[in-house]
Design a binder for this molecule. Structure first.
Ligand SMILES: [Zn+2]
Length: 165
């Protein structure tokens, strides 16, 4: 059985729940969107979950942000296909949905109220775009990437035996 993740914003106007086979908070993203929108420590942590099982309460307070991106990888400004969902009352970032991968949704670990498994090793991504003041806490066994790794969130869970069947 997948785990049922329950999450909410800080003020309680928006709450959600969703099934996940991949609940380990192992992937730390240091890109500027994650840092500015959600990552006070310089990064955000995305989980993976099954979009078809998602239930959302408080849709009236719920907002969607699509970032405009212009960087060395994308020299012309593009609007991200990623839909960053947040609470319009309190500002909490809640989950990312990208129609490019319509069967998945990526809740932010920070919005989850259920207990999450503790990963034994972590992956630090988009380090090329981290803020200069951010000193990644890279521990033994952690992996680092300037951009994205080839290994998906699902593949990582299978390799480390943290996949929840
Ligand atoms: Zn709120």
């Amino acid at each position: 059985m997948p785990v049922r993740l329950k999450g909410s914003c800080r003020c309680g106007a928006v709450a959600f729940e969703v099934d996940s086979h991949t609940p380990a908070p192992f992937m730390l993203c240091y890109c500027s969107i994650c840092r500015k929108q959600q990552g006070g420590g310089g990064y955000a942590i995305n989980l993976g979950a099954v979009f078809a099982t998602m239930k959302i309460k408080g849709k009236r307070s719920h907002g969607v942000y699509r970032a405009e991106i212009e960087d060395e990888e994308r020299p012309h400004c593009e609007v991200s296909t990623g839909e960053r969902n947040f609470c319009r009352k309190c500002g909490s970032a809640l989950w990312l949905y990208d129609p490019t991968w319509p069967e998945l949704v990526h809740p932010f670990a920070s919005a989850i109220d259920s207990e999450l498994p503790r990963p034994k090793q972590r992956v630090h991504i988009m380090l090329k775009y981290k803020a200069p003041w951010v000193e990644p806490d890279v521990r033994k066994g952690d992996k680092r990437f300037d951009l994205y790794p080839k290994e998906s969130i699902a593949d990582w869970h299978r390799r480390t035996k943290m996949w929840v069947e």
